[in-house]
Ligand binder design. Sequence first.
Ligand code: DGP
Length: 110
Amino acid sequence: MNCLFCRIIAGEIPSNKVYEDESFLAFRDIDPQAPTHILIIPKTHYDSVLEAPGEVVGRMSGIAAKIAADEGIDNKGFRIVINTGEDGGQSVKHLHMHLLGGRSMEWPPG
Ligand code: DGP
């Protein structure tokens, strides 16, 4: 298995999990860009959002909102991001949603 996030799902690589159900996993980013920086991924492998059904992406958004509430960052707000492809800055080719919060974030990002 070559996919890093599939290996995290399989438990071959440890992760700091914050949420799991039968179809999704969420864990803390190894290189956090904000006080709260969590990745939400589907357990089914999709290279990117281009391959995933919209329902999957919608469920990821719902999980991100739930985690934001659990982390206490829903009140002041947060950012969710799906980097896609080369220009989008996607480094791991397994669909993932970034949940970032706990600080004010500039726009556009630097
Ligand atoms: P992206 O650039 O959108 O493909 O984001 C990939 C993210 O994955 C990046 O923020 C760093 C994170 N990451 C890479 N390897 C690991 C790992 O082994 N464990 C964890 N927890 N995060 C990782």
